[in-house]
Unconditional design. Sequence first.
Length: 423
Amino acid sequence: MFGRRGRMMRWWIIGLVMLGTVVNYLTRSTLAVAAPTFMAELHIDERHYSWITAAFQGGIMLQPVVGYILDVIGLRSGLVLFGLAWGVLTMAHGLATNWQWLAVVRGALGFTEGTSHTGGLKVVSEWFPARERGLAGGIYNLGASAGSALAAPLVAWSIWMWNWRGAFVVAGALAIGWALLWLRFYQPPDLHRTISEEERALILGGQESYLQATAARPPILSILRQRNFWGIAIPRLLADPVWGTLTFWMPLYLTRAYGFDLKQIALSAFLPFLAADLGCLFGPALVLRLERRGIRLVDARRWTFTLGALMMMGMMFVGYVKSPYLAVGLLCLGGFAHQTLSVTCITMATDLFRRNEVGTVAGLAGLAANGGVLLFSLAIGALVATIGYSPFFVALGLFDLVAAVVLWSLVRVPARSERGLPA
């Protein structure tokens, strides 16, 4: 059994990353599920709530800093440090007496939680051969949907057992527990004591030679000058407002539009994230199927993104249906479509950039993605009282179509000669 695990260690590692992503998104989603309860107690309206969520987005927009730190100090130390911070800052939400306190701790939490995709992509790039990276990216991204889905029943249970403050304590404790697990079990492939030589050779042999890491520190200005970076960053800016809406605004929308109580939110708010889990698996599976039909990897990812963008058009009708069940169904379609295209776009960084650049690229692209969420969330908070939610759902249904055009227009497969290697 030990020998078998040694030959499959990369899958154990990505499972640990997925667990961390579950906790990451659980802690960030706790706020939304608890919002109808604490907003009433602390006398917070939608405008103040949008500022709280904007503070989180402002913090998480510092992903380039987080990605650079991970590239420099390494995954093991970096994720332990940031994971412990998730836990402490999540618990600190429970001390809030006004919206200003929540905004401050929310901003700090956003900064530390910027390690989710930056760290996950670095693990994928270091531990997996090229042909397995899409599946590995889909697996760890399952954690984003699962964590958001678990938040609804966990927070509802915590409020029922204690109060909304207790919900943040429970979520924070889970984050600290994961950080200790990471410290105990993670090592890079070249230092891991359990990995077999056979698996190590498989990982190294499956890496593109022109994407191998160098000793140099990540060249940020050089990355920003590359069209491939913008071909990833702009689609993420346009796509991620969907996830921000599902994570931060959906429980409040269901409460305002359909009068959902805490029990109904607990029973329904997790469903779009469950559908998103399926999208995490569908996207990589479709990419693999297209590859087997002779379509090169980058184009397979672009076609998969485009299909997700077409499915996302269902979000346009969420604000116009009368049935809450149909509204939740369309939100589920949105969750599925978003993760189908999001996982595909995020993973492209591992196809286009060197190993020692991936964390920085992911952080810079995350800056763009969370900038989109920030602007969209502020727009909801400022305008929802006068124009309602419907126009925002229409916009979400159209953004990804524009993103697909950008992806096809800007991204180019890097030639060996562009990396200083023979063509």
